[in-house]
Design a protein around this ligand. Structure first.
Ligand code: GAL
Length: 335
């Protein structure tokens, strides 16, 4: 049974999914968002919430609109708040000086999406239409974000979209994790493995410089595993710049390119995705006391940020009537 309950203001609803193993996921139509991911890992059979959560739509509105939300149409930063799409230059909302972040203002992560519940699939799909010209992006873009909780403890996220004009599209989910279940503890001792030979260094404006660099010999090398602590010491100028990690890695084409293990080794999170990159942000600028400094990390699977303006960063072009599909799964194992 997918239970539906109020989640703050009148239009906000919470959708509660559970599987045989007792894993639970709470979602909301406000931003097509993951609210909580609860795992039955505690010794007394208790649940541990491993994601950064708020308790109502209003709390997300006042504190931080991003945790757990669907970010569309284009995740990350766009340089000069503009891009050329099929020969025409479009100007987007500049919500950071000289840049567009996460699709602009009043974006779908702050809207109430329509909902379809599918009991048989243990899934909830949220739909919305981004209207032509909103935040400057062309096309009426019909977006569907589906979440499915499987019996093998996987939260599978699928985005499909179609536009009636040529546009750019690069969605992600902005869930933050802290596998200790306590966002008052920093995530320094989480062990992480990323199957990536290269990452994209950033400039002063937090935008990728436009080139990829080898992870070899840097705190960005997680190929055989490491901890976030190796970047939190801030010895490397790229970690100093953003006070931790806020970087894209280009993923190798392997089955499970990212894996994170909790400091108590009780939980393993493995990520699969059909996307080329993961952006990891370690909550370096805490927002309104939702978590401490470095109290959470995101694993945003997507095309490389600013791909629309950087030669060699891949294409995020979504042509008129083309069907877009993105699938990312977060699988949990506990011991
Ligand atoms: C991340 C981004 C960070 C920060 C955050 C939102 O995806 O890389 O720089 O803007 O979103 O608080």
């Amino acid at each position: 049974m997918i239970e539906i309950s109020p989640f703050g203001s009148e239009r906000a609803r919470k959708y509660h999914l559970v599987n045989e193993a007792g894993m639970q996921v709470n979602l909301t139509n406000f931003g097509a968002r993951i609210v909580e991911i609860l795992l039955p890992v505690e010794e007394d059979g208790g649940l541990r919430n491993v994601s950064l959560s708020a308790s109502s739509d209003e709390e997300y509105k006042t504190k931080d609109p991003y945790p757990g939300a669907t970010i569309v149409p284009v995740a990350g930063r766009i340089s000069k708040a503009q891009a050329e799409i099929k020969g025409k230059v479009y100007h987007f909302t500049e919500n950071e000086p000289g840049r567009t972040l996460h699709g602009g203002v009043n974006t779908a992560n702050e809207q109430y999406w329509d909902v379809e519940v599918n009991e048989a699939a243990n899934s909830v799909c949220f739909t919305i239409t981004l209207s032509d010209g909103s935040n400057g992006f062309p096309g009426d873009v019909r977006v569907k974000a589906c979440y499915r909780l499987t019996e093998d403890n996987t939260l599978e996220i699928t985005y499909t979209a179609q536009s009636d004009k040529d546009t750019i599209f690069n969605p992600t989910n902005h869930v933050y994790f802290n596998l200790t279940g306590d966002v008052r503890q920093d995530v320094a001792d989480h062990q992480i493995r990323i199957a990536a030979e290269t990452y994209a260094p950033l400039g002063e404006d937090n935008l990728p410089l436009g080139r990829l660099e080898s992870v070899e010999g840097t705190p960005f090398d997680f190929r055989v595993g490491g901890t976030f602590a190796q970047g939190f010491t801030l010895e490397h100028p790229q970690n100093q710049l953003v006070k931790g990690y806020d970087h894209p890695w280009v993923l190798n084409q392997v089955a499970e390119p990212v894996e994170v293990v909790s400091p108590d080794q009780r939980i393993r999170l493995t990520v699969t995705t059909n996307q080329p990159a993961v952006v990891i942000y370690t909550y370096n600028f805490p927002s309104q006391d939702m978590a401490v400094f470095h109290g959470a990390f995101s694993l945003e699977c997507q095309g490389l940020p600013n791909a629309c303006n950087v030669e060699g960063f891949g294409s995020i072009l979504l042509e008129k009537d083309q069907l877009f599909e993105h699938v990312t799964s977060y699988k949990f194992t506990w011991f």
